[in-house]
Design a binder for this molecule. Structure first.
Ligand SMILES: [Zn+2]
Length: 218
């Protein structure tokens, strides 16, 4: 059986470095590109003007004009995503590149499809925000006063429970209270008010089926 030819696994940028093609190093600070040959010391190339590290953009990189700030931001975004301008198989061209900065996100999504987790996070961020406030509950009554029991969203109201009642145009905190001895047969609510940092009982509200109630947020 013939032996397979050895395949090198060096990256294309190394290949062009080693073959001494002139590289196009970009300085995103000055918005300029400089052609330089392979540097076998592998040191960071510094911009001849500002001495900041430059980025090897590949042999086919065509630098935008210095005043085209958006175009420079575009190629910088590409470089940061690892997309350079080296000739690619099969036609020896670097491949399609977006024309404008605005096309970058869609382009990168196409080149590097987001993982399942990233897609899930993105979907979640697009969902409408859940309301921060608790939902109004459904109040149901059983029996007859004074031996009446109440359920709020299916959970029995027991003396001492904290609930919120819609009272005087707003939701206020209240405590479930009763006149009798049976905590499962409350008769009224006592609303709270905050004075300074102390809670005081404010008003007594008879418990009946007309009240709008909700359990406080947990
Ligand atoms: Zn520079």
């Amino acid at each position: 059986m013939p032996r397979k030819p050895r395949t090198s696994n060096i990256s294309r940028s190394d290949y062009y470095d080693i073959t001494f093609y002139l590289q196009h190093y970009a300085c995103f600070h000055c918005r300029k590109a400089f052609k330089q040959s392979f540097d076998n010391q592998r040191t960071q190339r510094l911009c001849p003007q500002c001495r900041q590290p430059m980025t090897n953009m590949g042999t086919d990189f065509k630098a935008p004009a210095q005043k085209e700030v958006a175009q420079w931001r575009k190629v910088q975004s590409l470089a940061q995503a690892g997309i350079k301008f080296f000739p690619q198989w099969p036609d020896g061209r670097p491949g399609e590149r977006p024309d404008t900065l605005a096309e970058i996100p869609a382009f990168l999504k196409q080149v590097h499809p987001p993982s399942e987790g990233e897609q899930m996070l993105e979907r979640r961020s697009q969902e409408p925000q859940r309301p921060q406030t608790p939902r109004e509950g459904k109040l149901s009554l059983q029996g007859f006063a004074p031996h009446q029991t109440f359920r709020l969203s299916g959970k029995m109201l027991i003396t001492g429970d904290g609930v919120q009642v819609f009272h005087n145009e707003g939701w206020v905190n209240a405590e479930v209270s009763g006149h009798g001895n049976n905590p499962k047969q409350p008769s009224h609510l006592r609303t709270f008010k905050l004075v300074g940092n102390k809670l005081y009982y404010a008003e007594t509200v008879p418990l009946d089926g007309t009240l709008r109630l909700r359990w406080p947020a947990t």
